[in-house]
Every structure is written in structure tokens, then in C-alpha cells.
Design a protein around this ligand. Structure first.
Ligand code: AMP
Ligand code: MG
Length: 416
């Protein structure tokens, strides 16, 4: 594929081909470690976890009401039983339920073996110790049976699930205290560019603030990552090379931003070619064409383009899936929706574009997308305003209002 927007004639790799190359090159981290449950959020299981107990592990009431044995009554008629006691959650009735008796029970209270039915308190009239039940009170209801949720020995969470808050609750309900998870992926990242100034310092003429390191540190925040921020490195070949070689010694992944295009001071690809292996360095996407992928020593290397929107788009579409694969988490497809585009979108054929958009849903559940503003690779404000990418295939030559487009949600964006 030739990029019609570029003077260069070397072919650009399609998004699919680049993703396939990344997938083919990456091997998940091998090590695992033990963590206590409260530190397991966002970690990837390295072994499946089985339940050591039945859940529930004792028969108990699903309702506040009265427990009885349906064997000792004729349910077709109203009937009266005498109250023998109360079973509370955590403080159960320990005696045997005799014929003609019932007990008061609360949700979660363990039931005597003889009780097979709980009648809701709303259906019952209590008169001292005499409890009056209506005709046709439902039998064998409102009881939580042993193991009806989880049977002892059955799987609670399968390897290699990435644990979420719900999983932590499930594992806690089985009393799991500690579990085996994949070790975190060790990631180093830095910005390159003589013009970059860290926030907190005054801006001198010709300089700009380094925004990419802030976007990246936010994007990299994940319990399965162990992240080293190496700061800003000047456009100096020797310095860059030293930093890359140092980082490669103890990180699985190195991510840089800037210096990956073909400008005079763009040394990243040259250093990668000399000190490591270049897998690819140009992709048919917009924004983000000069994305380098390769290896330095045992580390995977991603050289992201410096323009702030390009950094984020290439991170989300190429680095994030690679990190997921490295962490050992299962592959997952991102949610894609079809929406009606309500604005014209300019596009030349040649590269797949990720245009910034705002996705809305109407009262019928139909989706509509509109451009969130100017689309230059330096215009971070329109990405901050956006909640979706409008994904335009390489061959597309523009969109007219009313056309259907494919959209992807950005991070945990909300639809308006
Ligand atoms: P480069 O890829 O180094 O040629 O940079 C492309 C554009 O992105 C230039 O306008 C840079 O000034 C800008 N840029 C590079 N790195 C950063 C950064 N960390 N934060 C903000 N802008 C950057
Ligand atoms: Mg630069």
C-alpha cells in the first residue's frame, strides 16, 4: 500500500498486518507470584482457583419469614403452628423442629434439617406464639440449598482471567486468602525531544510542555504493569542509545515517544536498527504513521510518534493489545458499534483513520456520531472532548452526513 499523503514511496503496513506481526512476536511473561486477595485486583491468574467449600455451605433462608416442615401440614387449608424459636443470620436455631412447630427466620439464617419451606412474613399473621398461615402457602420455597451457587471443588475463576472487583467478591465468598498471579509486565518509558519541558517549570522560548509522559503514565496505569518513568531524554544519539540499552536490561517493554519520524533529529529508528531489530516502523494509519516496533536485547520496543494524539492512538491500538498479551491475559475484541455520522468527514484513501468523535444514543437506542473538532495530530483538545474514535477504513475517501460509520469507545468514556 502506498501512502498517498506522503512523499515517500516505501509501502506502509496495514493495521491488521502490524497487529499480526506484534501478536506473532510477543511471548507472555513466564513468572508468577503469590498475592493476597485484597491486592489481586487487575492481576492475571496464573492458575485456576477452585472452591474449597460449598457455597452456600449450609442450608439457609432466602427471606425473612417462618420456616416449617411441609410434611406435617395440610397446605390446602389455612393452618396454625406454634412458634418454637428464632434463627438469626449468624445465630441459628439449634434444636429439632417438632411436628406442629415453626420458627421465625431471617435472611441468611441457617435452617434446621426438618424445615423445607420458608413462608414470607407478609403472608403470615402472628398472634403471640400462634402463627397463622394461609391456605396454599407455597412449599419448598425460599430456601438456599447447599452448593447451589458453587459446589466444593468446582472452578471459581479460570486461568488466565484478569481479576475484576466481582471476581474478588466471588473468591472472598469461598474464603480464598492468597492466589497465584502472573508477575507484572515491566515497562520503561520516556519522552524524547530537545523542546520538551516538564510541567512545573517555566516555559522558555521554543519549548513546549511534555504532555506525552502524562498521557502515557495514565494509559499505563494497570495492576498488571510495573512502570518506570525515565523522564525526558534530549535529541542526542548517544544519550538515547545509552537509555535504551540501560532500559532493556531490566524491562520487558520500552516505550518512547517522539523521534520516530524521518526528521534530522529523529534517531530512534536508526538506533533500533543498529542496537536491536526493527520489525516495522511505518503503518498505514492516521494519526500515527511513524510507529516503530522491534526488540532491543530481550525487550520489546515501541517507538511512538511524538504528536500527542498520535502517541495516544498508537498506544491504544498497538501497544495496549501487546501489553495485554504479554501479561498473559486472554485476547479480547474491543466493542465496535455502527452509528450514523451526522457530519461530513474529510478523508483521502490510503490510510486507516481514527477520527475523534462524539457518540450519542437517542431514545430508540440508535447511535449517532459527530466529529469532535479539528483532527490534526497535535490537536489534543478534540481528543479530550471525544468519547469515540470514528474508524474509517484505508480505502474510504470521505464520509457524508447520514452515512453509517464504525465507532470505538475511547477508554471508559460515557455515551451522551
Ligand atoms: P517527533 O516525533 O519527535 O518528530 O515530534 C512530532 C511532534 O510532536 C513535534 O511537534 C513535537 O514537538 C511533538 N512532541 C514530541 N514529543 C512530545 C511530547 N512528549 N509532548 C508533547 N509534544 C511532543
Ligand atoms: Mg522530536
Amino acid at each position: 500500500m502506498i501512502d498517498s499523503c506522503s512523499q515517500e514511496s516505501s509501502p506502509l503496513l496495514s493495521v491488521e498486518a502490524a497487529l499480526a506481526r506484534i501478536k506473532g512476536a510477543i511471548h507472555p511473561v513466564a513468572g508468577s507470584e503469590k498475592v493476597v486477595l485484597k491486592n489481586a485486583l487487575g492481576r492475571v491468574l496464573s492458575e485456576s482457583v477452585y472452591s474449597p467449600i460449598n457455597i452456600p455451605h449450609e442450608r439457609n433462608s432466602a427471606m425473612d419469614g417462618y420456616a416449617l416442615s411441609s410434611n406435617s401440614i395440610n397446605r390446602e387449608q389455612p393452618f396454625t403452628l406454634s412458634l418454637a424459636g428464632t434463627s438469626w443470620a449468624g445465630n441459628s436455631f439449634k434444636e429439632k423442629l417438632q411436628p406442629g412447630q415453626c420458627i421465625r427466620v431471617f435472611t441468611g439464617a441457617v435452617l434446621p434439617d426438618q424445615a423445607d419451606s420458608v413462608i414470607m412474613q407478609e403472608q403470615v399473621r402472628a398472634d403471640g406464639q400462634a402463627i397463622h398461615f394461609p391456605a396454599n402457602a407455597p412449599a419448598r420455597q425460599n430456601i438456599r440449598e447447599i452448593g447451589e451457587d458453587i459446589m466444593r471443588g468446582s472452578v471459581l475463576c479460570s486461568h488466565p482471567k484478569k481479576l475484576n472487583a466481582i471476581d474478588l467478591g466471588l473468591l472472598a465468598s469461598a474464603g480464598i486468602y492468597e492466589l497465584a498471579v502472573k508477575r507484572p509486565v515491566k515497562i520503561a518509558f520516556f519522552s524524547t525531544g530537545d523542546e520538551l519541558t516538564p510541567v512545573g517549570q517555566p516555559l522558555q522560548p521554543g519549548k513546549i510542555y511534555d504532555s506525552n509522559r502524562y498521557s502515557l503514565s495514565g494509559l499505563l496505569a494497570d495492576a498488571s504493569h510495573s512502570v518506570t518513568d525515565m523522564g525526558v531524554i534530549a535529541d542526542n544519539k548517544q544519550l538515547l542509545e545509552d537509555c535504551l540499552i540501560t532500559a532493556a536490561k531490566n524491562h520487558d517493554v520500552i516505550i518512547t515517544t517522539g523521534g520516530a519520524s524521518v526528521g534530522e533529529a529523529d534517531y530512534v529508528r536508526e538506533i533500533l536498527a543498529r542496537c536491536g531489530e526493527v520489525n516495522f516502523w511505518k503503518i498505514a494509519i492516521k494519526p500515527g504513521k511513524p510507529l516503530a516496533f522491534g526488540k532491543i536485547g530481550c525487550s520489546y520496543f515501541f517507538g511512538l510518534p511524538g504528536n500527542p494524539v498520535s502517541t495516544i492512538v498508537t498506544y491504544q491500538h498497538f501497544v495496549a493489545p501487546a501489553l495485554k498479551q504479554l501479561s498473559g491475559a486472554p485476547e479480547a475484541k474491543s466493542l465496535q458499534l455502527k452509528a450514523t455520522c451526522t457530519s461530513d468527514l474529510k478523508k483521502a484513501p490510503g490510510r486507516q483513520e481514527f477520527q475523534r468523535g462524539i457518540l450519542m444514543q437517542d431514545e430508540n437506542g440508535d447511535f449517532f456520531a459527530v466529529s469532535s473538532g479539528r483532527q490534526g495530530a497535535n490537536i489534543l483538545s478534540s481528543l479530550s472532548r471525544a468519547n469515540c474514535y470514528i474508524v474509517l477504513p484505508a480505502e474510504c475517501n470521505g464520509v457524508q452526513a447520514g452515512d453509517k460509520v464504525r465507532v470505538e469507545l475511547i477508554l471508559d468514556a460515557e455515551i451522551i
